[in-house]
Design a protein around this ligand. Structure first.
Ligand SMILES: [Zn+2]
Length: 715
């Protein structure tokens, strides 16, 4: 029985619909009233303002809130709720003058200059090092003052404490080690403390890193990825630094403004979904939030990554970048089909709220004149009409939508931060190998209508598998012992593991390449072994692949030339029944006690299926994900369908080319269906119950889907 006295009232985050509006100094005050009236006219109910450190604390301890106060009052008058976004990466001039040692330092010892950039027009970007103790205190004082001040405004709905966390937006490249931060004395000291807290002794660290330090005080900061173990530790430390920064910000909201939904929003893994150089761990950040937000573009991988990190938390699109552009590339004129095609699938990823980035287009700097829902002169663009229609059509269905979710997918793709860091040492010419592989798996699963989510290493290690029956380990070269143990137990209990690459070839606990692959004891437990491994560049694949470059450098390139290799990145495969397909970047010949060969390269078995107690392992000695993304996905699709069948995962009976996501009520009743036709020709979809096509207007059981379109059906 509920006790009214002890029950804390549960806050429910509403469906927010609106736009980012103010990052000082634009838009100027003369636009505010007219724009807020215009927002209401479009059906918007929420608006976001930036609270920028440099702008609002120009003198230490003296706060300028006049503009934001006026905006808060106006928002209330127009019936708009407000999300305030804290922006600390614009450091005040006085703060830098007071603490000249606060700048981040790159690996060459050069301080990172603070400057104005296109999306931080006030200057002071990227702000101080997150490990500078005095700067953390002044940041905290500023945020505390802001929290206390804005508590008085009834329009305040939520505090978003960090806009797209990362070290430096211009240093997102994993390919350039000069982009890595931060090598300041504060980071050096804290990293040594961090290591000491995690290593039983300096000898244990020496053993794992292959060094001969006599004390932690001697430990040097790793400067590249080539010795692996030290690099992984170094970046894990910086990942923890950014997570720690988020943690204190969220804690301050809980302390001072607990009614305002403490959260932040990410840009899922800084564009290349798996670039840990910028030190963002979406899962770790989400775990500390009450709800989770993400910036989003049309790519479903963004929604998949952020929605998986959000888990069961309320989740919204905190910046929909539909109106992207710059002075050099003016924004698209968006037709209705494009608008719906990019918006409706987000609902299938449990997005429950949309904030457009942004309402009024930029007029300051190189992001102008793009990003606006309206034109610079304030008139409606075509996209304004679609935005208004979306709200009107959805309105009567919102209560039901808010109670509906996609089912927790039974297929999970491992997303291991350590493995992402491991792959930083690999050639990056076409991007990170792990990212390329995951791209192939994600797109192929979507096309096969096998719903999936990402699972973090920590979730796998803690065996929080929560309904997973098919576990994909893409390019799983670097594994921890606990990850390997959990995957093995999952399999023996009846799960299906689909693993590719030199699985566990690098053991993160010992810091050593395994002498047997698969490593971490999986060779013995699964009764399978990679006898010889080679790169397809060494093979004579001439005639089967054209136009590939080896990406080899230096001595490797010279040796490859002199060996006269005719191979490339991709590897032709064939199945025993004569089907053909592609692998990539690796050929491991597999030897197994009881495995069934599913694919070979010239009679060398490199994809094998085997039973382990109640479960099944699909073991791939090549990167099928990369080949699927870059050559053809048909072969991988066939294997994944086999794996899904073995895992008992049902797939909807829809024509090839339709992606279908059903949503269910909390009573497990189907409520909505989101359907996408990703082909260039019309397709037909049928439902067992009568449905209403919300944006098409008709009802029935069978509907025609136009080429490259999306539709939302209500049961
Ligand atoms: Zn630092």
């Amino acid at each position: 029985m509920n006790s009214g006295k002890t029950m804390k009232k549960k806050m429910i985050f509403p469906f927010v619909y609106g736009a980012q509006y103010y990052r000082a100094p634009t838009p100027e005050p003369e636009y505010w009233e007219g724009d807020f009236a215009h927002m209401r006219e479009l059906g918007f109910d929420t608006v976001k303002f930036w609270v920028q450190w440099r702008w609002s604390e120009r003198v230490p301890g003296v706060y300028y809130w006049d503009d934001l106060d006026e905006l808060m009052r106006l928002a209330e008058r127009f019936g708009l709720r407000v999300i305030l976004n804290l922006i600390c990466d614009v450091m005040p001039v006085w703060a830098e003058q007071k603490y000249p040692d606060c700048r981040m330092i790159d690996r060459n010892g050069q301080p990172v200059p603070t400057e104005a950039v296109l999306c931080r027009q006030l200057g002071g970007y990227p702000g101080p090092c997150y490990n500078h103790p005095a700067m953390q205190e002044v940041r905290q004082e500023f945020f505390r003052a802001a929290l206390e001040h804005f508590n008085a405004f009834p329009a305040l709905l939520a505090w978003d404490v960090w806009n797209e966390p990362e070290h430096h937006l211009a240093r997102r490249s994993a390919a350039d080690p000069d982009h890595m931060l931060c090598y300041c004395p504060h980071c050096e000291r804290k990293f040594r403390e961090w290591l000491e807290a995690r290593s039983p002794s300096i000898d244990a660290l020496n053993q794992r890193w292959g060094r001969c330090y006599s004390a932690f005080a001697e430990v040097e900061l790793p400067r590249n990825a080539q010795t692996v173990a030290d690099f992984i530790d170094w970046r894990m430390f910086q990942l923890d630094t950014l997570t720690g920064e988020a943690e204190w910000r969220l804690d301050l909201v809980r302390e001072i403004a607990p009614h305002t939904f403490p959260h932040l929003h990410v840009v899922p893994h800084t564009i290349h979904c798996f670039n840990s150089v910028n030190c963002v761990d979406d899962f770790a950040l989400a775990e500390r939030c009450e709800l989770f937000g993400s910036s989003m573009m049309g790519d479903p991988l963004f929604a998949a990554a952020a929605s998986s990190a959000a888990g069961g938390r309320p989740f919204y699109n905190a910046e929909w970048h539909i109106n992207f552009g710059s002075s050099a590339m003016h924004p698209r004129v968006i037709d209705r089909e494009t608008f719906l095609r990019e918006l409706l699938p987000q609902l299938g990823w449990n997005v429950r709220g949309i904030l457009y980035w942004q309402f009024r287009p930029e007029t300051l700097g190189f992001e102008s004149p793009a990003w606006g829902v309206i034109r610079p002169d304030g008139s409606d663009r075509p996209v304004s009409r679609w935005a208004k229609e979306f709200r009107q059509v959805l309105e009567p269905h919102l209560p039901q939508l808010m109670r509906s979710r996609r089912r927790n997918p039974a297929c999970a793709i491992l997303k291991s931060v350590r493995n992402e860091l491991f792959f930083n040492a690999f050639p990056q010419e076409k991007g990170n190998w792990l990212y390329r592989s995951i791209r192939g798996y994600a797109d192929t699963l979507l096309d096969c209508n096998i719903p999936f989510r990402f699972l973090s290493s920590e979730q796998l290690e803690r065996e929080e598998l929560d309904g997973v029956r098919l576990l994909i380990l893409p390019a799983a070269h670097c594994l921890s012992q606990r990850e390997a143990d959990a995957a093995d137990r999952f399999c023996r209990r009846g799960g299906v593991v689909f693993a590719e690459g030199s699985v566990g070839g690098y053991e993160s606990d010992t810091g050593r390449y395994s002498t047997r692959v698969p490593g971490c004891g999986l060779a013995e437990r699964w009764g399978i072994r990679e006898t010889d491994s080679t790169s397809p560049f060494h093979l004579d694949c001439s005639g089967s692949v054209s136009g590939t470059s080896s990406m080899a450098e230096g001595d490797v390139a010279k040796a490859l030339d002199s060996a006269g290799a005719k191979g490339g990145e991709y590897l032709p495969l064939s199945s025993p029944s004569g089907e053909t397909g592609w692998g990539a970047l690796l050929l491991s010949s597999l030897e197994s006690e009881s495995g069934e060969t599913l694919a070979s390269y010239r009679n060398i078995p490199c994809v094998v299926k085997l039973r382990r107690e109640s479960g099944t392992v699909f073991y791939c000695g090549t990167y099928l994900g990369i080949a699927a993304a870059e050559q053809s996905a048909d072969f991988l699709a066939g294997l994944l369908e086999q794996a899904a069948d073995a895992a008992g995962i049902e797939r909807p009976a829809v024509p090839k080319g339709i992606r279908l996501t059903p949503l269910y009520s909390d009573r497990e009743q189907p409520t909505f269906h989101i359907a996408e036709n990703v082909t260039e020709h019309p397709l037909t979809i049928s439902f067992s119950n009568t449905c209403l096509d919300l944006f098409g207007g008709s009802s029935g059981r069978t509907f025609r889907l136009a080429p490259r379109s999306a539709a939302l059906f209500a049961e």
